[in-house]
Design a protein around this ligand. Structure first.
Ligand SMILES: [Zn+2]
Length: 473
């Protein structure tokens, strides 16, 4: 089948448990994948575990685990969250998978090496374990990593380097021309700005000693392990067969869309593209960059006590209510905020009242009327919804659906079907049922369980009242 759509969620570090930001990204990816399927595409959504960093080694040591034990435990938590959110991830590739991931990492390394893009040199820099990256003095703010606000340690060792500088012009051209599309444009400009001062070659290995023997050995050099970013980015390829199933890889690669958080933009828009250019492999088509999820207007942090546990939210309010909040309230292209106060507001106004209300009213009217309805299915998404999905504004697509919900509400008030009978009532109810089916159809990518309940309830010929989809809190 030619109509394929390959979408990737970022590969999370599994040094800790999943947080709200991961939940946000998973549901965004899932909504896009489900939408593509409804358009008739064969869609594949993948993610995986980034396990090979020093960060894992350190976090494991602190907890008294081996790196493998910690990675197993946290990978399970990530996959549990995915399931709880009703997100369908087709492949979850782990960086520690010696059969399905390591061969692909070696394959990519060897190709880049053959092209003359990998060389060894002595290097010193300020290393932030949180970022798994080197900084120069001028990158630091008051001597600290700008992202983690901790003082990085000075590390000096012999590493392998990737000749990123060689691809500067090519990458700039790709991004500027939108051959590689970066969404939204603010992030595209940010990627271009990053390249403006000139790209530096970057280190793609760590000494085996510093990595405490954890990680993928560099081909032909047992004293070095592959830098976690070089290896984790390549999960996008090994998830679809790179290194072990050429036919499968050819079917899916390149990715149609990488979905990432704004903090890892340069790894995707620059480093990853450089690696693929070096290996002369097809390039991903687009990168969608979402923002951060704050809590009560602040960055979530343990010390502020404002960390939102996505498991708790789903357990209390259900997958669809959580998905609704994340997809509607958080602008797909920017930062967004989570508070329980706002969650409950939105739940009451849009789900229990807005959607829930028209469903139960119309179902009840249909039941009381005793009429039967032809099981007509909507032809597809309305163009207003399509427009927003094409620009990856899931929040606006949902707003469009809720506009329809409110229009239907107004229509009920205007037509007053409870005062009608006979043919007039039948035609008013038939129109209302068609609207509800359209809404049910369009909800499928966003609130899959709710959508399927709505479509089932209104599938006809007999329509009967049902218990509320979103009980009042
Ligand atoms: Zn850092």
């Amino acid at each position: 089948m030619d109509k394929k759509y390959y979408i990737t969620a970022a590969i999370p570090y599994v040094n800790g448990l999943p947080h709200g930001g991961h939940a946000l990204e998973f549901v965004q990816c899932d909504a896009i994948a489900r939408y593509q399927k409804l358009l008739g595409y064969e869609a594949l959504l993948i993610s995986g575990s980034d396990e090979n960093g020093l960060k894992i080694v350190q976090a494991a040591e602190e907890k008294g685990f081996s790196p493998k034990q910690l990675a197993d435990k946290n990978t399970k938590a990530f996959r549990d969250l995915v399931k709880l959110l009703n997100v369908r991830i087709d492949v979850w590739r782990r960086g520690s998978d010696r059969k399905l991931h390591w061969p692909g990492t070696w394959k990519l390394w060897k190709i880049c090496e053959k092209r003359g893009d990998i060389y060894k040199k002595n290097y010193g820099g300020f290393y932030c374990v949180g970022c798994e990256d080197f900084y120069t003095k001028k990158d630091l703010v008051d001597g600290k990593c700008p992202e983690h606000l901790i003082e990085p340690e000075w590390v000096e060792e012999e590493n392998y380097f990737f000749r990123l500088s060689r691809y500067q012009n090519q990458i700039e051209r790709l991004v500027a021309s939108e051959k590689l599309s970066i969404i939204p444009t603010t992030r595209k400009r940010e990627a271009l700005a990053f390249m403006k001062d000139g790209l530096q070659d970057f280190s793609i290995s760590r000494s085996r000693e510093r990595a405490k023997q954890w990680g993928i050995p560099v081909p032909g050099d047992p004293n070095q392990v592959v830098y976690t970013w070089f290896d984790a980015l390549n999960i996008y390829q090994t998830a679809v067969g790179w290194g072990f199933d050429e036919r499968l890889w050819k079917k899916w690669w390149p990715a149609d869309l990488h979905v990432i958080g704004k903090g890892i933009l340069r790894f995707h828009a620059v480093y990853w593209i450089g690696m693929l250019l070096s290996a002369e492999l097809p390039l991903p088509r687009s990168i969608l960059v979402h923002g951060y999820l704050t809590s009560g207007g602040h960055k979530m942090s343990k010390s502020l006590g404002n960390v939102v546990d996505p498991f708790k939210v789903v357990e209390e309010y259900g997958a669809d209510a959580t998905r609704y909040y994340l997809l509607r309230e958080i602008p797909t292209h920017g930062d967004g905020d989570f508070t329980f106060r706002r969650f409950k507001q939105l739940y009451a106004a849009d789900l229990a009242n807005g959607l829930g209300n028209i469903i139960s009213r119309i179902a009840k009217l249909c039941e009381n009327s005793g009429f039967t309805f032809a099981p007509d299915l909507p032809p597809g998404f309305r163009s207003e919804v399509v427009k927003h999905m094409e620009s990856y504004r899931l929040d606006l697509a949902l707003a469009e659906i809720w506009k329809k919900i409110s229009d239907v509400d107004t229509l009920i008030e205007q037509q007053r079907p409870w005062e009608l009978s006979g043919k007039t009532l039948k035609s008013v109810l038939t129109e209302l049922v068609a609207h509800i089916r359209q809404i049910g159809f369009e909800l499928q990518p966003f609130l899959p369980d709710t959508a399927s309940a709505v479509l089932k309830l209104f599938s006809g010929p007999k329509i009967s009242a049902a218990k509320p989809l979103f009980p009042r809190l």
